[in-house]
Design a protein around this ligand. Structure first.
Ligand SMILES: [Zn+2]
Length: 267
């Protein structure tokens, strides 16, 4: 059986969600480790925290693939005083490489973060809320995802269905606008930047996370905003990445982290 290098894994994800589709503030790609290292095992997580890296090392995984890059901006010291430094120190000490697949995976519809949410909600005829040009892949590219329910659903029924389907602890939402929900816009993670586009696209509801108090007012009686929590909106990205890996590679095992890296707790 031939061996797989980290570079092979990076190239595979680049074919699904090209890394140059990432947003300018992002840091997707290989963050720690050599591309030439042979992959023994992969641990998939939303966040590459120190705890997840140590879990990977215990399970003989020498690569952590996370949705969020642990390092966004440059580090000036590695003293272990900050959680990002502790993660990098743990990765280097334990020979665990770190790969992040973040906004490039947000920006592809097929096999992307928002496609996963759309599937959970049973949306059909899906397309990006804001399409982007891409010469690299044939599939639709862009921010967010909009689609239709098979049948319109009474709005409160839909909110309960949303909470259950996305395993959300709470759903924060604005004034109800329409009696029924038929067109649904979603954006995993912090999606408030897509609100006006979601309104223009005719969505009855916009589902995302990280809404602030004043931003909720921007619903403006034109759309229903539902904030389901950042971790909750993206948690199914873990099985998504795992499934993509197991479809392609058989030379190493891929595991989900058993830890929740959600920094937010609920009473
Ligand atoms: Zn996120």
């Amino acid at each position: 059986m031939s061996e797989t290098t980290i570079q092979d894994v990076v190239a595979y994800f680049n074919s699904i969600a090209p890394f140059n589709l990432q947003e300018s503030y992002d840091n997707s790609g290989l963050i720690v480790g050599s591309p030439h290292t042979i992959v023994n095992g992969v641990m998939v997580s939303l966040d590459a925290t120190e705890e997840v890296i140590l879990e990977a090392a215990r399970k003989k995984c020498n690569l952590v693939i996370s949705h969020h890059p642990i390092v966004f901006a440059g580090l000036k010291s590695l003293t272990g005083a900050h959680y990002v430094e502790r993660a990098i120190i743990a990765a280097i000490k334990n020979n665990v490489a770190l790969l992040a697949i973040h906004t490039n995976l947000d920006n592809v519809l097929e096999n992307g973060v928002n496609n996963m949410i759309a599937d959970k909600l049973g949306l059909q005829e899906i397309s990006p809320i804001v399409p982007k040009e891409s010469e690299e892949i044939k599939a639709p590219v862009g921010s967010g995802c909009i689609g239709k329910l098979q049948q319109p659903m009474p709005v409160m029924d839909f909110l309960l269905f949303l909470k259950k389907s996305m395993q959300a602890s709470i759903v924060k939402y604005t004034d109800l606008v329409n009696e029924d929900i038929s067109t649904v816009a979603v954006c995993g993670g912090s999606g408030s930047f897509l609100l006006e586009a979601a309104k223009r696209s005719g969505a009855d509801i916009f589902i995302t996370s990280d809404y602030k108090y004043h931003e909720f007012f921007e619903a403006n009686g034109e759309i229903l905003i539902a904030d389901i929590g950042h971790y909750e909106s993206e948690q199914f990205t873990i099985p998504l990445i795992h499934n993509l890996l197991t479809q392609k590679f058989s030379t190493f095992a891929s595991h989900y982290t058993e830890l929740s890296t959600n920094p937010v707790k609920y009473l």
